[in-house]
Structure formats: C-alpha cells, structure tokens
Ligand binder design. Structure first.
Ligand code: MG
Length: 226
C-alpha cells in the first residue's frame, strides 16, 4: 500500500515537472521561429542580397550618367530584423500597437537582416546613394539612425524619407526621390536603379516583371497586408 502511494506521488511529481518543462520550452510560432532560427531564412536573404548586388552593379556600369544613382531601400525586415519585438509581444500574449512599436524603435536593439550589410557596402563603394524609405515615423528618425550606426550600416551620405503622417504614403516619397521635389528639393532628382523591400508597397506598382531585375523582395512571414 505504502509503495503504491509512494509511486503515485512520484508519478505526480514527474508529471508536474514535465508539464513545467513543456510550458518553458513552448515553441515560438512558425513564422517567428523561421526568421530567427532557420538556416533557410538566412541563406535566402544572403542569396537575394547577392543577386541584387550583381544586378545593380551591372546597371551602374551601363548608366551613362552615374552622378545621381540611387537605390531605395526599406528598413524593417529588409535591413533591420525586428523579430525580437515579435517574440516579446508573443510571449506577453499581445499583438502590434503603435506605442509598443515606438518604444521598441527607441530601444535601438534591432538586429541585421543577413546579407544587408554587405549589400549596402557594395553599393556605396560604387557611388550609389542609399535612400532609406520606411514607414517608421519621422519623429523616430534619430533612434533609427543610431540603431543603424550601432549595426555598422550607416553612411553620412544616406538619405532618410520616413513617414510624416497618414497621408505621407511611400508612393508620395518615391515620387519626391525621382522628381527631386518636396524633401528632395535640395538633393535634386535621383536616378533610382533598384528597390529593396519586404512588402509589395515598397515597390512602384505595375512592375511585376522587374522583380529579380530592379526590384528585390525579401521574405517576411511575420506581418504584411495579406
Ligand atoms: Mg519592411
């Protein structure tokens, strides 16, 4: 009888320990886990940035006027890896909010998307201007710049077109870059020879056939307008 009770207590103890371990080791959702842990994600991003580098440098060589060449690059999930923000929100059982996002941006703790650093370096070496066109709010420009500096991917010649308000769509800012208007008046029109982003909104519309040539799309299964 005593043996049975002892065995019962031991079984219950082991069951409880096991349960705690399962909860403690709860797997991240597939999308976040793929970004943070898979070799496939890393390899895919590096592959894409290598292909983009080759294509853009080829264009630099064929352009007659190489003075005002530029590439328009998105920031989040293109150069900056915010998967830690996603992990923290998921662990807390919360979803995206503008306030929590702004707090995260000001922590300046994002990682780098694999391959982005080498890509940016190669562009600058060829005299191609980098225009960071992102929907981060313009009032968060300084922490954004500082985060890029900490990651070793900020150049003094980089241009930033962050979002001023709801109406300041990416399309509006892309036009300012190519026309040399608005915020780009002092710089003048730039000849954009490449776009890199993780959302379709990062690219001029109606350019389906440009993907892999001028437009380069990174994988982001964590969020988007889908
Ligand atoms: Mg993005």
């Amino acid at each position: 009888m005593r043996m049975k009770i002892k065995f019962g207590i031991l079984s219950l103890f082991l069951f409880l320990i096991g349960s705690v371990m399962v909860v403690g080791e709860e797997k991240l959702p597939n999308d976040i886990r793929w970004i943070r842990q898979s070799t496939e994600h890393r390899t895919l991003c590096e592959q894409l940035f290598r292909q983009a580098t080759v294509a853009i440098i080829r264009k630099v060589k064929t352009e007659k006027n190489s003075d005002n060449l530029a590439v328009v690059v998105d920031l989040d999930e293109t150069v900056l890896d915010n998967s830690l923000y996603q992990v923290e929100r998921w662990k807390a059982g919360l979803s995206f909010t503008q306030d929590s996002w702004s707090e995260w941006v000001n922590r300046e703790e994002t990682g780098l998307v694999p391959g982005a650093k080498e890509f940016l370096k190669a562009l600058r070496k060829k005299g191609v201007r980098v225009v960071f066109l992102s929907n981060r709010m313009n009032h968060n420009l300084e922490p954004t710049r500082e985060n890029l500096r900490l990651l070793g991917v900020l150049d003094p010649d980089d241009l930033f077109l962050l979002r001023l308000d709801k109406n300041d769509l990416k399309e509006v800012r892309r036009k300012e870059v190519t026309d040399g208007t608005g915020r780009m008046k002092k710089i003048g029109p730039l000849n954009v020879i490449g776009y890199v982003g993780d959302q379709m909104g990062d690219f001029p519309s109606g350019q389906k056939k440009e993907f892999g040539k001028t437009n380069f799309l990174l994988p982001n299964p964590m969020y988007g307008k889908w």
